[in-house]
Design a protein around this ligand. Sequence first.
Ligand SMILES: [Zn+2]
Length: 240
Amino acid sequence: MTDFLYLPDRNYDKKFDSEVSKVKEGDGYIVLEETLFYPEGGGQPADHGVISWDGNETEVTDVQKKHGEAHHFIEGDDFPEEGQEVRGEIDWERRYKHMRMHTAQHVLSLVVLDEYGATTAGNQIHEDYSRIDFKPVEFDEGDIEKIQNAANALIAENLSVEKKMMDREQLEEEMDAGRANMDLIPDHIDPLRAVIIGEDDVCPCGGTHVDNLEEIGEIEITEQTKKGADTERLEFELEG
Ligand SMILES: [Zn+2]
C-alpha cells in the first residue's frame, strides 16, 4: 500500500522523501512507500515530475493507482532498486493548473445544481481546458452566460476551500442532494475525503484543490454541446 501524502490537505507540497517498495522494470514502473504524486482518477490527470537518488534522476511520466499502490511510470531504463531512499518532486506548474481547474469544476457543478437541479455526470480536467457533463438538463444560450456569471460571482467571494476526512454518514448528511453520486463510491470507503467550499458546499472528492477560490481566476465557458436527450456538456478555460 502506498501512503498518499496529499490527502487530506497537503495539496501544496512539492517534494518528499520515500523508499522504493517495489520495482517492475518490465512494466516500466516503481512503487513507493509514500508519494505526493497524484495518480490519474476522478477526471484529474496524473502528476508528472522527477524521482532522484544517489546522483541519478529519472522522469515520472504517468502515475496509476492499482490495489492501493501508486505505480510511478519511469522514463528510460534507469531504475532505483527496491529499498532505495529516493526523493520525489512533482511538476508544480502542471499540478497547480489541475488544482485550479478541479476547483473551478466544483464551482460550476454547484452553480448548475443550485440553478438547474442537474447533477455532474462526468468531468475531465486538462491543463488548458476542462469539461463537465450535466444531467438531466437542457441549456439555451442565455443559460451559459448566467452560469458563467454566477460561477465568477462565487469566485469573487474569495471563499476558502477546506479539505478534510469526514465520516461517510456525516458527509452524506451535510451534502446537498445530487451533489455527488454516492453509489459510485464503494460502501467500505469510510471515512471519505471531503472538499468544502465556504460554509456549505460539501462534496466527496479525492483530487487536489486550491485553498481559496480567488486562485482560480476567471472561468470562461467556451463551448456547449448536447450529449443526448438530457445531457449537456460545458467546456471551460481559466483566465488570470
Ligand atoms: Zn474535486
